[in-house]
Design a protein around this ligand. Structure first.
Ligand code: HEC
Length: 133
């Protein structure tokens, strides 16, 4: 009888803890600010249609033949990105992109650079499981 009471108390504590934690996490979500630029949107569609993700990662996810491109824009710059898009290499294909397509892909890469960090090991981890960059 006493054991059943303990079980009920423990179950109640677990359910309350789970519910409290969920409410805490989901009521304090960061809000996205601003709208997505048309050029960035076009770049994202090109990124998908040329399947760049087959070889590259963004935010650490994707193929592993080429490097993660999340922060290439700030680390190496627009001219560097453009050179790869214009000519390809002996491992990365040359997609024969138009100037507009290269501009849009570069704008997309500038945008992902603002929104993510490819080196999550540098993040500060809080006790409640959230992170801070
Ligand atoms: C078949 C695989 C493959 C595909 C598809 C591919 N890439 Fe690459 N990419 C690579 C490889 C491999 C490298 C590294 C280049 C090298 O060392 O020759 C690279 C390098 C790059 C770089 C330079 C990154 C750096 O930090 O040096 C950029 C920018 C880039 N790719 C953009 C793109 C974009 C945008 C697309 C889609 C339009 C794309 N890639 C599609 C394989 C690919």
């Amino acid at each position: 009888m006493i054991r059943d009471t303990y079980k009920a108390i423990i179950a109640l504590l677990l359910v309350t803890g789970y519910a409290g934690y969920s409410i805490h996490i989901y009521t304090d979500l960061p809000q996205a600010s601003g709208t997505v630029d048309a050029q960035v949107e076009k770049g994202k569609k090109l990124w998908q249609s040329y399947n760049c993700i087959a070889c590259h990662q963004v935010y650490g996810l994707g193929g592993y033949l080429g490097p993660d491109l999340t922060n290439t824009y700030s680390l190496k710059g627009a001219a560097y990105i453009r050179a790869f898009l214009e000519s390809g290499t002996n491992v990365m294909p040359n997609f024969n992109l138009s100037n507009e397509e290269m501009d849009a892909l570069t704008a997309y890469m500038k945008d992902i650079d603002k929104t993510g960090n490819a080196a999550p090991s540098s993040f500060k981890l809080h006790l409640n499981g959230t992170i801070e960059q």
